[in-house]
Design a protein around this ligand. Structure first.
Ligand code: NAP
Length: 346
């Protein structure tokens, strides 16, 4: 018996690792297989209906619930299929019964909040992590009121104990996290000769130490699940930017970190990629406008003049790229840096 798995992996079912990788309990496996086979084409070729989006997760769960007691009874599977009515193509189909759990750092506002909202729309449970727990809660509550599953967590990503506590809370309240978005960031801009040691250390601590601590804590759950997605926020500033020696070094560091994670963790089904935004309309760029003494509108207008698509970016633009890297289908894309800047960069 050969099963075409997502158009990529074709293996004899008996020697395939996919039930485990997809979180399908061994006792449910034969029922699931029968369910799929009962949807075979007239020529008898098995069709993987979950991967092609013809079967929603809800339908799949109905199969499991109804067919499990009748593992040895093909008729039981058939009747379960007859009873399935729900089909929601807007939900991403996945071959597992459990919802993926994501942690997004710096998610109380800006790009992080945009990514948290997007991942929730994609069907993931989301831990909205930021320094201020009450601000994190606001984003989490919004996701929940839109029908998603989320919690707010207050933690400083550069504090080792706070990171350990935060990840433990996510495991307890949402489940083991297998998606991590290293987004928390700060700027402490100044020309090199005026940059203080504190400005240098603060930026390194949040971006690099923070991403390191978060990733080291979360990878344990990813390797156990044999699946994971790590997306870290770099920046076009990684290519060099006046007044940002600290930030540019940190954002270039995120790229080296990402490529190394990809090499080390790939064999566990974990991908690591970086998104490098250009000018995005958030509090961070508003702070830049204040620092250089121009209005935000003027700063956006002058920035847009040198952007190929003639506009500045929005958090949703970055969320879209992150959503792709996190998606089930992006498992063969790893160690990449995607510049999302409205034009060619890098
Ligand atoms: P933002 O609006 O300033 O949001 C950053 C969030 O991170 C804030 O809520 C901030 O909390 C939080 N944060 C800061 N330090 C933290 C820490 N130690 N632990 C946990 N959370 C922390 O920034 P953004 O524009 O959305 O940027 C998000 C990411 O994209 C950053 O990594 C940034 O470098 C990168 N990026 C942004 C742009 C852009 O144009 N906006 C371009 C390229 C890259 P507080 O408010 O409490 O400090």
């Amino acid at each position: 018996m050969v099963l075409d798995y997502g158009g990529v992996l074709t293996k004899p079912v008996s020697s395939s690792a996919w039930p485990e990788a997809d979180g399908i309990a061994p006792e449910s496996f034969s029922a699931v297989l029968k369910a799929w086979l009962s949807h075979s084409s007239p020529e008898g070729a098995p069709i993987h209906r979950l991967e092609t989006g013809d079967l929603s997760i809800q339908e799949f769960e109905v199969f499991l619930d109804d067919a499990e007691p009748n593992v040895a009874d093909a008729q039981g599977v058939e009747s379960a299929r007859d009873r399935t009515t729900v089909h929601d193509p807007s939900r991403r189909s996945r071959s597992m019964t459990e919802q993926r759990v994501a942690i997004v750092t710096g998610a109380a506002r800006g790009i992080g909040a945009g990514i948290a909202r997007r991942l929730a729309q994609d069907g993931l449970a989301v831990a909205v992590l930021d320094l201020d727990e009450s601000a994190s809660n606001l984003v989490a509550e919004e996701i929940v009121s839109d029908g998603g599953r989320a919690i707010g967590i207050g933690a400083d990503v550069s504090d080792e104990q706070a990171v350990a506590d935060a990840v433990a809370r996510v495991v307890a309240e949402l489940g083991p996290p297998t998606v991590l978005i290293n987004n928390a960031g700060i700027i402490r801009d100044n020309l090199l000769f005026k940059m203080t040691t504190d400005d240098w250390d603060a930026v390194m601590n949040v971006h690099l130490r923070g991403a390191f601590l978060m990733t080291r804590a979360v990878q344990a759950h990813m390797t156990q699940a044999k699946w994971g997605r790590i997306v870290s926020l770099s920046s076009t500033s990684a290519l060099g930017n006046r007044g940002q020696a600290n930030y540019a070094a940190a954002k270039a560091g995120m790229q080296g970190f990402t490529k190394t994670l990809a090499i080390e963790l790939g064999k566990y089904g974990i991908t690591a990629n970086a998104v490098a935004p250009g000018f995005i309309e958030t509090e961070m760029t508003q702070a830049t406008a204040r620092r250089v003494g121009v209005s935000f509108e003027d700063l956006k207008e002058s920035a847009a003049k040198v952007i190929a698509v003639a506009r500045t970016g929005r958090p949703e633009d970055i969320a879209h790229a992150a959503s792709f890297f996190v998606s089930e289908g992006a498992g063969f894309v790893s160690g990449q840096v995607l510049y999302v800047a409205g034009g060619p960069q890098g």
